[in-house]
Design a protein around this ligand. Sequence first.
Ligand code: KG4
Ligand code: ZN
Length: 335
Amino acid sequence: MIVLGYESSCDETGVALVCTERGLLAHALHSQVAMHEAYGGVVPELASRDHIQRVLPLTDQTLNEAGLTLAQVDVVAYTAGPGLAGALLVGASVAQSVAWALGKPAIPVHHLEGHLLSPLLAEPAPEFPFVALLVSGGHTQLMRVDGVGRYELLGETLDDAAGEAFDKTAKLLGLGYPGGPALSRLAEQGDAQAYALPRPMLHSGDLDFSFSGLKTAVLTQVRKHEADGGVTEARRADLAAATEAAIVDVLASKALKAMRQTGLKQLVVAGGVGANRHLRQRLQTEISKLKGRVFFPPVALCTDNGAMIAFAAAQRLKAGLVDLAQSNSHAFTIR
Ligand code: KG4
Ligand code: ZN
């Protein structure tokens, strides 16, 4: 079966074609980062309008790359949520329309399931069961994954997501959007030991996270410096390094705790923060000591993309989890 997938939950328009037997055939992506940069964050209305403009040319591009025509598509999948309502509506409307015009089913996909299964798109792929650390701009979760559709939530953030902590701190330090990569770049020049920032909930005994206090701790330091002559370039770099170290410390410690608690030896990292170099290095080092393995999807598949949505739909189809007879009548829901 050929699945055409759409992702439009935030600031990336993604389109992909996945074959249930042969895997990923082609995918195309347009990032709106440059457009939102001037505003310091995603402007939802601009995001929706841009998705509308990009989605059909990207569909053509993906079909051309795969050497397929629309008529060869068997199923259309789309991100049903969570995400920005207007942005989701674009992908959902286009997917439902294409499916209706083709007389084929349209199936909704949970955005986080897309992230969760995306490491299976890369080589080498993990085998079930594994622990997944889902770290994006909107979510921070640890999950036990026993198979497609068999997910157990082990812990999650009680307030800000890890990506949000990167983004908000970056904003405090006057860095651009998106904050994660910018803060991480500045951190390269800083000394992480220069500030003793908190590691929220590090010893809470459970697998939950909290990041909002970290942002406040950085704000306190920034205010202190503003009162005593300003936040110099060197201090900004030190604060960036200390923030990154604190976030990585908590994420890595809890991920390892989840592995110990479940007895599982494989960890999969998904979501935009999975692109962070320090997090990758730290997990590689610690997990090799445990004789375990850590899997990261390629950076292009870590952040939002259409491939993970088409792929998640293909996996659900293969696992017999989709009732295609019901799919066309599925009114899209925004979660
Ligand atoms: O998964 P994603 O593309 O979108 C959501 O579903 O949220 O994740 C975006 C998040 C943003 O918060 C961004 O700052 C963060 O991932 N991010 C990073 C890095 N690259 C992206 N955070 C830290 N270091 C990075 N290299
Ligand atoms: Zn995402």
